[in-house]
Design a binder for this molecule. Structure first.
Ligand SMILES: *Cc1c(COP(=O)(O)O)cnc(C)c1O
Length: 369
């Protein structure tokens, strides 16, 4: 993690300024401050744009802003899974993909299906075990990383694993959804492509589904073109209104993250040692905390009751919004078995931390002692 608020983007601005300043229309007397939303399916012939499955000016400001934050060139998609699928399409038929055993369940399900159908071979690893990852990389085409992982919050040494991936001749993709480019920039560690579910922190208000890929300038241009072609032909494009909403949400990313991270740190400290919690998973940064709840048997019912018993926190899947959310992850079909059945993932929002604590504490207290 590089929590480097002194870092400047190529524009010479701090990332905290850049989320506010980038992706604006050119300044001219009478020009709008915000970009337009272009609702069209096609364009008059002989211009730079031809058809709106290929190009929409509504995508550009958000792509520019996220690209600058990550230090590369961004492509917007209809969802995080569309971006993920585009990256997986880079693997040749019969190729080998090394991925975390407990990564985001959509990635795990997509890879498991592709493996079962004989399109690729999946090798599952523990990303905290560098030796194990290095061994698995023999003959690999793609190393897929996620850090912190969803929902176990395992942290990978991105620079070391990226080096190992490249030494094995593999492409390295990093899902940076949990960290955001304000806390971690995988391209600076050498990754070939960064993926986001922009549904989460980047847009930040639980009101859109979007995804993004970012490739490094120069060396990554060929990759960007392959991804763009996959987007055009796969058709997983973003709606213009969603792109606009995401940019509007991105304006406050630095503020939202600052508060969410501070709240998460405080809650993680208070939850530590709670008699109803056997383990608090918190990497020491970020805005997600996972807890393992103690109860009868495997604790699954108690974990379910804690998630269902809150009034302020919403018992709902997803994360990264201003609103605090929690859920027992194993209630999701396709959640990897490496995730304990009593694990509750908490996406900490920007509310007052005392209100969040009281709500959580009373839901835990309702389990009895
Ligand atoms: C939610 C999520 C995704 C999938 O994104 P969608 O926008 O829901 O398609 C991918 N990776 C991570 C880490 C996620 O949390």
């Amino acid at each position: 993690m590089t929590e480097d608020h002194a870092r400047t983007t190529h524009s010479g601005l701090s990332p905290r300024t850049q989320v506010v300043a980038s992706g604006r229309p050119e300044r001219a007397p009478g020009a709008p401050l915000n970009p337009a939303v272009t609702f069209t399916s096609t364009y008059i012939a002989d211009g730079p744009a031809n058809y709106a499955r290929v190009d929409n000016p509504s995508w550009t400001p958000f792509e520019q802003a996220v690209g600058e934050l990550e230090g590369g060139d961004a492509l917007l998609y209809s969802s995080g899974m569309a971006a993920t699928t585009a990256v997986l399409s880079l693997v040749p038929v019969g190729g080998v993909v090394v991925a975390p055993a407990a990564a985001y369940n959509g990635l795990v399900s997509a890879l498991t299906d592709a493996d079962r159908e004989g399109r690729v071979h999946a090798r599952w690893v523990d990303v905290t075990d560098e030796a194990q990852v290095t061994t698995a990389l023999e003959g690999a085409d793609l190393l897929w990383l996620e850090s912190p992982t969803n929902p176990l919050l395992d942290v990978a040494d991105l620079a070391a694993l990226t080096r190992a991936g490249h030494e094995a001749g593999a492409l390295v993709a990093v899902d940076n959804t949990f960290a955001t480019p304000l806390l971690q920039r995988p391209l600076a560690d050498g990754a070939d492509v960064v993926v986001h579910s922009a549904t989460k922190y980047l847009s930040g208000h639980s009101d859109v589904i979007l995804g993004i890929t970012v490739t490094p300038p120069g060396a990554g241009e060929a990759l960007r073109q392959r991804l763009a072609r996959h987007r055009t032909l796969g058709g997983a494009i973003a709606g213009p209104m969603e792109a606009w909403l995401a940019l509007r949400g991105l304006r406050t990313l630095a503020l939202r993250l600052e508060r969410s991270c501070a709240n998460a740190a405080e809650l993680a400290t208070r939850l530590e040692g709670h008699p109803r919690i056997s383990r608090v998973r918190y990497p020491g940064w970020g805005a997600v905390v996972s807890i393992e709840v103690v109860g009868d048997g495997d604790g699954a019912a108690a974990a379910e009751a804690v998630a269902a018993g809150t009034r302020l926190w919403s018992n709902s899947t997803s994360l990264g919004g201003v609103e605090s959310q929690l859920e027992r992850r194993r209630r999701q079909p396709g959640e990897p078995e490496a995730v304990p059945v009593n694990l509750v993932r908490m996406s900490v929002g920007v509310e007052d931390v005392e209100d969040l604590w009281r709500d959580l504490e009373s839901s835990l207290a309702a389990l009895g002692s």
